[in-house]
Design a protein around this ligand. Structure first.
Ligand code: NCD
Length: 314
């Protein structure tokens, strides 16, 4: 596998996805054991550039890099020269001149991370760009599903809520589709993406129908920061129709798992008791798998980079 960057799920083959998940599984076991340090990224410099707020993704990339022995630097983007008018590309070129090996980038504009990757000569990982892609989130979701269900194919998976504004939904749709699962999108008409037909998923506007007999229920946050108008009548009404509670969940398979990428709005898209129910909810395991998946992705990109450098010398 010769991936140079991880910009999205779209360019990955199913065998790339399986290779990342297999290595992540190994790191997940290692992270649970006492031995948490490896030297796969020893001597490498990893720079995290987050132009949008983040709690778990940024912490997870930082811990992943440190567990692999990289030197990790978090750019304080609020205090950077972007505020003085420097463009994203100029900032990237400045950092590139310091010879980092890995750049982890989150940006509010779809496509910004792809553009940046064309300008630098290190490996770039997309930590979420606008409503476009969030590949490591889809990979950690896939690993959580695979570990919980024992497989990652022929599952009935419902992705529910604000699909239109969600890069998590988009990356998951692509990944779960590539791995041959049956996907349902459940939510109000106003929160369905325009290009919905392209994904080959079934669309439901009623939670009970949409959740009937599914193996996996994936909930999404209402992405208010990306909404420029009234997409829902009120949060109360939204919770009534689309908030996941025990009654709605009872229509899914008895062993269906509940997922959420976080941050969660309890009482808006999900009932707090369901989120905390360890028999159903795998939300904390998603966070745990996030570190392992990011370790695997960075490890693979660095190996490819070293191999490309060796070949270039020959
Ligand atoms: C998601 C994101 O940033 O796209 N969060 C995350 O990375 N865990 C989802 C969200 O913000 O709702």
């Amino acid at each position: 596998m010769q991936l140079q960057h991880l910009l999205g799920i779209e360019p990955l083959h199913p065998h790339n996805i399986t290779a990342i998940l297999d290595l992540a599984d190994h790191y997940a076991d290692q992270n649970r054991s006492g031995v948490r340090k490896s030297d796969a990224l020893a001597g490498c410099t990893q720079i995290n550039m987050f132009f949008e707020n983040s709690t778990r993704t940024q912490a997870s990339f930082e811990i992943a890099g440190k567990r692999l022995g990289a030197d990790v630097m978090n750019m304080a983007m609020q205090a950077s020269s972007i505020k003085k008018g420097e463009t994203l590309i100029d900032t990237a070129l400045t950092l590139n001149a310091m010879h980092p090996d890995l750049l982890v980038v989150r940006h509010p504009h779809s496509g910004a991370v792809d553009l940046l990757a064309q300008k630098v000569n290190c490996a770039v990982l997309n930590a979420g760009d606008g409503r476009h892609e969030h590949p490591t989130q889809a990979l950690l979701d896939a690993l959580t599903i695979r570990r919980s269900k024992g497989r990652l194919h022929r599952l009935n998976i419902a992705i529910c809520g604000d699909i239109a504004h969600s890069r998590v939904a988009r990356s998951n749709l692509i990944l779960l589709g590539k791995m041959e699962n049956r996907i349902r999108l459940v939510g109000p008409e106003t929160l369905m993406p325009a290009e919905i037909g392209a994904f080959g998923a079934e669309v439901f506007h009623d939670m009970e129908e949409g959740l009937k007999d599914v193996d996996v229920v994936m909930m999404l946050r209402l992405q208010r920061e990306r909404m420029d108008g009234g997409f829902i009548p009120s949060e109360r009404e939204y919770y009534h129709r689309y908030g996941l509670n025990a009654e709605k969940l009872s229509h899914a398979k008895p062993d269906a798992i509940v997922m959420h990428p976080g941050p969660m709005n309890r009482g808006v898209e999900i009932d707090g008791e369901i989120a905390d129910d360890l028999n159903r909810s795998v939300i904390q395991e998603q966070v745990e798998m996030g570190v392992s998946v990011r370790m695997a992705a960075m490890d693979i990109l660095m190996r490819n980079r070293r191999q490309a450098a060796t070949e270039a010398k020959l």
